[in-house]
Design a protein around this ligand. Sequence first.
Ligand SMILES: [Zn+2]
Length: 254
Amino acid sequence: MAQERARAKGGTLILRNEDIDATRFKLEFVSQMIEDLRWFGLHWQEGPDCGGAFGPYSQSERRSFYVAALGKLGAGGFVYPCTCSRKDIRDAASAPHAEGKEPIYPGTCRNKNPSTLNSQPSTRFNWRFRVPDGEAISFTDGNCGPQTFVAGKDFGDFVVWRHDDVPAYQFACVVDDAAMQITEVVRGADLLVSTARQLLLYRALGLPSPGFFHCALMLDEKGERLAKRHDALSLRALRGQGKTPEKLRQDWAQ
Ligand SMILES: [Zn+2]
């Protein structure tokens, strides 16, 4: 879908290697992934294999960009350190939350004095973005139309930098999309609410935001979500089962 959109608009397709989570990603998989995507018929003009004007194209090599952006958020008072565990948040969240959905962060650490952390250098914490409670974040999605999410109600203060010293995925993508001058982000409809969070990040960082185009999620034969993390459903596995790119495109177009 991203390729079709880029082609129709005379744009550039970019392959970014989102390997920020070192525990989930190993270097030898990258060349495999590139090979699989080429087999599937994708042709990108910028990427880790071919370079381009806005590299590097692997997130593991872009740490300095993320550190600088976090510094900017810190200086603007947009983030605060949070020492809550997942369990703390579940226990403290007053409103019942839907199954499988992250509970809204109850704001436990919002008004803690950050200097108290200095006395406990071993404390590991997340940096959390303070959302403007009650503000409606609206945008028009290229596929799904007008969208509105209310900060503090549809989503709460979210993590931008994890306690294991890795930037959160949605934060890294904002920093990269701006630096790489991305004009349109094409992704699954499950990330619509993430877009509202990311728009707040663009604003706080003083960066222009791209357009968004959210498509229906790809499902397998059992109606389950096709996720790249799911080994059994990876392109490589499907290819091993003898599926052709044409057949896969047909299946996913339905
Ligand atoms: Zn907290």
